[in-house]
Design a protein around this ligand. Structure first.
Ligand SMILES: Cc1cc2nc3c(=O)[nH]c(=O)nc-3n(C[C@H](O)[C@H](O)[C@H](O)COP(=O)(O)O)c2cc1C
Length: 187
């Protein structure tokens, strides 16, 4: 039922994007990510499944694989990073700073993976993590600085302990978030 609703909204998004051209074009989504222990990569794959479910084209690139041409003809860029010391990974941060890549006017969405603090044993570390923020806010700030258009609320997906695995239900949440992103793309 929810997927059907999203497909209808998706068709409306395409209509809006192609107004006046008389052509139907399907959406091209590129997910750019980094991952140390593999959890963020799993979220990326669930997002791709979510996009494919509603017939959007979705390509995945690790941050080390992105070149100037990669951003061509994309309707939405999604950035995903593990939170490491309250920030995205250095690789993803330097990619966003890279002046040869043009983000201005591009629609982007961001997410991070982060520790579920209830699974961290040290009380000190728990309160530290709780107060210092996550990679999603940094990604958003950095992309806004490059004049990208951040289209949606950012998302954090939780891992247990400091290295994972992902908390139960997070992959399903990622799958559904992909569809929310498409719905919001036309707003
Ligand atoms: C060195 C290190 C620093 C971390 N810093 C944070 C942090 O500041 N906040 C947080 O919520 N989680 C933190 N974590 C947990 C990571 O977010 C978690 O390892 C990550 O989400 C796993 O994603 P990945 O498997 O894609 O690397 C840290 C983990 C490590 C190993």
């Amino acid at each position: 039922m929810m997927v059907k609703k999203t497909i209808t909204r998706y068709a409306m998004s395409i209509d809006n994007m192609n107004k006046g051209t008389g052509k139907i074009k399907s959406l091209n989504i590129l997910i750019i990510y980094d991952s140390i222990f593999g959890n963020t990569k799993k979220v990326v794959q669930a997002l791709q499944d979510g996009f494919k479910e509603i017939h959007a084209n979705c390509q995945i690139l690790h941050a080390s694989e992105v070149d100037i041409k990669a951003l061509d003809n994309t309707d939405l860029l999604v950035f995903g990073s593990p939170t490491r010391a309250f920030h995205p990974t250095p690789l993803l941060s330097s990619l966003i700073k890279n002046k040869t890549l043009v983000f201005a006017g591009k629609k982007v969405a961001v997410f991070d993976t982060r520790a579920d603090i209830s699974t961290i044993k040290s009380k000190f570390f728990r309160s530290f993590l709780n107060n210092m923020g996550y990679a999603d806010a940094c990604l958003r700030r950095k992309l806004a600085k490059r004049n990208a258009i951040v289209i949606n609320e950012t998302q954090g997906f939780y891992v247990t302990g400091s290295e994972g695995p992902l908390r139960e239900g997070e992959l399903e949440r990622a799958f559904l978030w992909a569809q929310t992103l498409i719905t919001n793309l036309s707003k």
